[in-house]
Design a protein around this ligand. Structure first.
Ligand code: FAD
Length: 450
């Protein structure tokens, strides 16, 4: 294990969640000399990568009284980026020798391999000793009303039915954001007799045998699940609002899978009418329409809020100025390589908390956030895309790296990420098994070995 850096100030920090974000946050905070408690409501580390065939009682996941299943991973899921790009920067996602469990050595392995990697990471860096498993954080208000600084963390421990109420100097929120579903609005849906569900509750294709299924969305999930289901279903139709109105395409290699434009309306007789004029009698509509940020435990008196899926105000997607640095969020940006970004955000938070890395004044942070929001508005980008990064992710990562005194994102990682996007778009069926970027793989492994 690496020696801890000498801290300027050490704090007592609560991390909420032991998924990929919380694990690396715990490591970086401890490296910086802070004392850390990680709260994790599940029995093990790994977050969304803990696959389960349990589903929620409400297939749409809207009933607030339902018991929530955290993972959104389905049985057939393989990662959608290369393993070289996916792993943390200083703990590469390589095939490890000497591990006893059976592993998936493929370049785009299944979800189980990611979970095994995260467990290796936790073991290697002794993270589990900081984690309180089966302990859910239920409320996080400021410790003293009107005072900025410490937080009260209220948690419940499942087994012992114990409720704890503790004070921490700082809270780092790593609760994941693929749990609370977003749904499409469909004219006529209240009287449509078919079954609706969200992809959050999708595990396996067998229950769709001989059914006519419509999936709404154009994400990786819609792409993968539609192909998965097509092996059993009678017909699969993907409705995608970003497609031109007249879109009606039969997927090559399938005789039962079509892509359409969006749904225009649905009717009492079970039919679904698409914008392209096609009408189909449908058994199931699956919303593959993504998720909403959700922090049910956070009580900031409205100072930090989620508005049309904008978590704000946040300086650099991490610190709400009013509470900085005592409250922070890891993993808010999307369309990114998550693990390397979590690692840099964690280093930044740890260094800011110890006083080693300075933050701008509250006024300057607010000013920067306002300018950013105005730029989005000027560019016509809706609020709900505030945290979408895509091409700007490496600029962001490099900014974080510069704050922390780390090296910038490796050239091979940027090029490989881009090559993956292009290949995925052009060959959605085969991009996980066929590639040409062998020179980038060599560069990555050369890097990993130094
Ligand atoms: P999570 O992994 O969701 O972990 C959050 C943790 O917080 C969980 O363990 C949860 O139990 C815990 N928690 C939540 N609330 C509380 C509470 N109140 N108290 C205590 N504990 C709490 N990323 C990739 O890099 N490659 C991929 O191929 C990829 N595919 C994906 C496919 C799907 C279907 C989904 C949903 C996501 C995919 N992702 C992928 C993104 C993935 O979410 C991230 O890789 C990563 O898991 C996010 O890590 P996290 O720690 O932020 O959240």
């Amino acid at each position: 294990m690496e020696p801890a850096l000498s801290p300027i100030r050490s704090h007592h920090v609560a991390v909420i969640g032991a998924g990929p974000a919380g694990l690396v946050a715990a490591r970086e905070l401890r490296r910086e000399g802070h004392s850390v408690v990680v709260f994790e409501k599940q029995k093990q580390v790994g977050g969304t990568w803990i696959y389960t065939d349990e589903v929620e009682s409400d297939p749409l996941s809207v009933d607030p009284t339902r018991s929530v299943v955290h993972s959104s991973v389905y049985r057939s899921l393989r990662i959608n980026g290369t393993r070289e790009c996916t792993g943390y920067r200083d703990y590469p996602f390589v095939v490890r020798s000497g591990v006893s469990e059976s592993r998936d050595p493929r370049r785009y392995p299944s979800h189980g391999e990611v979970l095994a990697y995260l467990k290796d990471f936790a073991r290697e860096f002794g993270i589990e000793e900081m984690v309180r498993f089966e302990t859910e954080v239920v409320k996080v208000p400021p410790a003293a009303e009107g005072e900025i600084g410490k937080w009260r963390v209220e948690s419940t421990e499942k087994e012992k039915r114990v409720r704890r109420d503790e004070i921490y100097d700082a809270v780092v929120v790593c609760n994941g954001h693929y749990v609370e579903p977003r749904l499409a609005e469909i004219p006529g849906i209240s009287s449509w007799p078919g079954k609706e569900m969200h992809s959050h509750n999708y595990c396996i294709p067998e229950p769709f045998k001989d059914q006519v299924v419509v999936l709404i969305g154009n994400s990786s999930s819609a792409e993968d699940i539609s192909r998965d289901i097509a092996t059993f279903a009678k017909e699969v139709h993907v409705a995608c609002r970003s497609n031109p109105a007249d879109t009606f395409i039969k997927q090559t290699g399938y005789n039962n899978l079509w892509t359409h434009s969006s749904i225009e309306c649905v009717h009492e007789d079970g039919s679904v009418v698409f914008q392209n004029g096609k009408t189909i009698s449908v058994d199931i509509i699956m919303h593959c329409t993504g998720y909403k940020y959700h922090f049910p435990f956070l009580d900031t008196n409205g100072i930090v809020s989620v508005d049309d899926n904008r978590v704000g105000p946040l300086y650099k997607d991490v610190f709400p100025p009013a509470f900085a640095p005592w409250l922070s969020f890891i993993g808010i940006p999307w369309q990114v390589l998550p693990f390397p970004m979590f690692e840099l955000q964690s280093k930044w938070i740890a260094g800011v908390l110890s006083g080693r890395i300075p933050l701008p004044s509250k006024e300057d942070m607010i000013m920067e956030i306002k300018t950013f929001y105005s730029t989005l508005e000027f560019q016509g980008i809706p609020k709900r895309y505030t945290h979408r990064m895509g091409n700007t992710q490496f600029e962001y990562d490099n900014w974080l790296a510069s704050q922390c005194g780390c090296s910038e994102t490796e050239e091979w990682r940027k090029e490989m990420c881009l090559a993956n996007v292009v290949r995925k778009e052009a060959h959605p069926e085969t991009y996980r098994d066929e590639w040409e970027d062998h020179h980038l793989i060599s560069q990555a492994y050369q890097d990993f070995s130094t």
